[in-house]
Write a new protein. Structure first.
Lengths: 122, 359
């Protein structure tokens, strides 16, 4: 699971008011090279929840992303490379995503999150 | 017509009655009652009272039956995806053909791609990258993604991010492996998740895509609600699904023969109760979705099931089926029923699209 995906996932357990972002429990993180595409990154930038991305990348062991951003930073190749790396190249292979309100763990196995809810969570 | 005694869904058909004023039960609750072994397979059932302890038992059984259906679906696809992919490739949907045309075996893959393109065109999803680049979808969800054929195709076509969800862990793994092999790891991702409880915040997807997965959904109202919830304001929803024919104004349900045929198909493919195109339109209207369009594309898919049957009867097909599990074989044996259903005008291949209001 890349952090681009994590940025889109939330816990919709019954009764939870804000299930985003999910906390990450990282057991196995793998770095995978992904082709750099500046246009794709610029398109994604507007839609990314930045704070969630920064916090998630730190959990995955990457501390290079700035806490605060503005769109002018997209002109900087150095920034784009860091953004690219955090968003697309850090993979959670094994671990869990944790509902911020209930603490319920959604397992991540071989890079695939299992977000199925139990009967009593619906 | 009325609202379901169990879940308050507005009901367009399917009622339980004990001869006194009818108690309405949504098709999803009739389905789960079916899977729980509590009622027969007809949409209209007589002599069944619901009340008190029995109602509570039914609610518990209903949840168990839904889980049983979900497990059945996951197991069917865990078992059969490999053999399908081996013979047909990574698109697990009907092809789109010109009526009356001669179709050779090599045309089916192109027809499956044409199905995606025709669906996008029908829904007026922007294709022109030079003009209207703002309107190209940026974030796409593939609901019931199979091994990710549509996800990868759409992500490549629109240079967009696409997330796919499926109940089958085997499919999700395979989808991911194919994405990696095709250099799409940066663009597509796959999750095991429930289409009736999608793990996304509201309003995130410019394009909500459901290609031949709606027929698996036990609660169509919840299914459509979730599609609408995750669609972004101004976003497009495209549903391509198997429906039964619309009922005429004087009809309350399909004929017993039609119901019997559909039930056999449902058993083989882990399908809960079917909707008609009119049922879907009413649901979309009730959610105030805009630009609702629907069409019966049955004439454009006619060569598909006969072709699948022929592929199953090849040496490769038969040996693969014999090596696969019972669920897959049962599904294969049910294929002529699909042909029969289409020929009788009972089964319709439907496309239904709409847009979420911009504000």
């Amino acid at each position: 699971m890349r952090l681009l995906t994590h940025n889109m996932l939330s816990s919709n357990i019954k009764g939870v008011t804000n299930g985003f972002p999910l906390r990450i429990e990282a057991e196995k993180v793998v770095e995978k090279t992904v082709d750099f595409n500046a246009d794709f990154l610029k398109n994604m930038f507007a839609k990314v929840e930045w704070n969630a991305l920064v916090e998630a990348s730190k959990t995955m062991g990457y501390f290079e992303l700035p806490d605060n951003v503005e769109s002018s930073m997209l002109e900087s190749d150095e920034f784009l490379q860091k953004f690219h790396h955090a968003l697309l190249e850090l993979h959670l292979e094994e671990g869990a995503l944790i509902c911020p309100e209930t603490g319920r763990k959604f397992p991540v196995s071989k890079g695939i999150p299992n977000m199925l809810l139990h009967e009593d969570e619906v | 017509m009325g609202s379901c005694a169990e879940c308050s869904t507005w009901v367009y058909g399917g009622q339980l009655t004990n001869g006194c004023p009818p108690v309405y039960t949504s098709s999803s609750h009739i389905v789960v009652l079916k899977f729980a072994g509590l009622v027969g397979h007809n949409r209209k059932i007589s002599s069944l009272k619901i009340g008190g302890r029995r109602r509570r038992r039914m609610i518990v059984n209903a949840a168990a039956a839904t889980e049983k259906l979900q497990n059945g679906i996951a197991e069917l696809y865990d078992e059969s995806s490999g053999i399908w992919e081996d013979i047909w490739g990574d698109h697990m949907h009907h092809g789109f053909y010109d009526p009356g045309s001669d179709v050779s075996e090599s045309d089916h893959r192109l027809a499956q791609i044409r199905m995606i393109e025709e669906s996008l065109r029908f829904a007026s999803v922007s294709d022109d990258s030079a003009d209207n680049s703002l309107q190209k979808p940026r974030k796409i969800v593939d609901v019931g993604c199979g091994i990710g054929g549509s996800s990868r195709y759409l992500a490549r076509k629109y240079e967009a991010e696409c997330l796919g969800i499926t109940l089958s862990p085997v499919q999700a793994q395979r989808a991911q492996a194919l994405a990696a092999a095709q250099g799409l790891v940066g663009k597509v991702s796959f999750q095991v998740a429930d289409a009736l409880n999608q793990p996304f915040p509201d309003g995130k997807f410019d394009l909500v895509w459901s290609m031949e997965s709606g027929e698996h959904m036990p609660d169509k109202a919840k299914f459509v609600n979730e599609l609408a919830r995750v669609a972004a304001p101004g976003g497009t929803i495209i549903i391509i699904t198997w429906c039964h024919r619309d009922l005429s104004p004087s009809e309350e349900s399909l004929t017993p023969q039609e119901t019997a045929l559909l039930n056999k198909i449902c058993d083989a493919y882990y399908l809960p109760a079917w909707f008609s195109i009119a049922d879907y339109i009413k649901l979309l209207q009730s959610l105030s979705l805009e630009d609702i369009k629907a069409a019966d594309w049955s004439e454009f898919v006619a060569p598909f099931w006969p072709a699948v049957i022929r592929s199953a009867l090849t040496w490769r097909g038969i040996t693969s089926l014999l090596r696969s599990g019972w669920k897959t074989m049962k599904g294969a044996l049910a294929m002529p029923l699909m042909v029969e259903g289409y020929k009788k005008g009972l089964i319709k291949f439907a496309i239904i699209t709409c847009r979420k209001p911009a504000s």
